[in-house]
Design a protein around this ligand. Sequence first.
Ligand code: KG4
Ligand code: ZN
Length: 345
Amino acid sequence: MLILGVETSCDDTAAAVLRDDRTVLANVVSSQDQVHGPYGGVVPELASRQHIQNILPIVDGALQKAGITVQDLDGMAVTYGPGLVGSLLVGLSIVKGISYRWHIPYVGINHLEAHLLAIQLEQEVTFPYIALLASGGHTLLYWVKDIGEYVHLGGTRDDAAGEAYDKVAKMMGLGYPGGRIIDNLAKSGDPTSIQFPRTLLSKDSLDFSFSGLKTAVLYRVKGIPQKRPPNSVGWVPPPKPLTQTQLANISASFQSACIDVLTTKLKRASKKIKPQSILIGGGVSANRGLRSALSNFAIPVFFPPLEYCTDNAAMSAALAHLFYEKKNFSPLSLDAIPHSQFSRS
Ligand code: KG4
Ligand code: ZN
């Protein structure tokens, strides 16, 4: 069975071809980092325009790489949510168009569900497991009992972890996306030089909050003391340019706070659920500090290869196989759902 996957939920235009549920014949991703770089974050309108330009060459490229034509396809998979509505509509429209013209059935894929199962593309991890999805758009903890059985354990109440990385990099004028840049800078900094807050919420909470940490970094970068010195009403010190050492120390200290929060929540979830294994996915799972902090975790921790951690269409096509087995296809009336939750239980 040959399935074409298409994924355009945020700022990556992705297409993949899978033979059966594991053999990836093609996995093509076009990143828009250059376009959004000057703004320090994804600009939704620009993202959808880029998808329109990229989608046909990316789909054609995936088919060519797989050595097939559209008529060879048995089915298709496309993300319908969650994501940016304009971006989602581009992928959805192209797949519906192909489906209508060539009479090829398709299924709409929930992007979060695809991330939760992405590890299965590369290796069989036995259910149940805890999954942490940490990307620019999401920071979520799920108890993945089996395919289709997901229990939401916690999520961020404000910023996603990757978003915090991107905003902190923007504050320091370091570029976009910020995660990799800060990860690299942190290597030469002292993680104990600044004690940034670790927001853990209530004692048992499995939710996250990164906005306080982000504000603390902003105060540090702008040179505004968090506690005013006595008799200093109205006094604001002028911002000073940061030295390379200061940039490295802020990066290392920020990263250390992020990792502490993520690992503490994983410890709490493990204590509560007692899973056999943990899966980390999403762009933040590329973080070297996080990977090394979890290398000696009490429970085995799995990281999919990076191409399946970040947004990709192979994980969507893999998930589609389950729907095809049950002939559970989507109608042409399926719409983009920007805030969709799992449609299965
Ligand atoms: O999963 P992803 O490619 O796209 C979505 O946001 O859905 O994740 C991108 C995010 C960005 O916020 C980026 O800064 C972050 O992942 N990221 C990292 C690293 N590489 C990418 N964050 C921390 N450390 C990294 N090495
Ligand atoms: Zn994603």
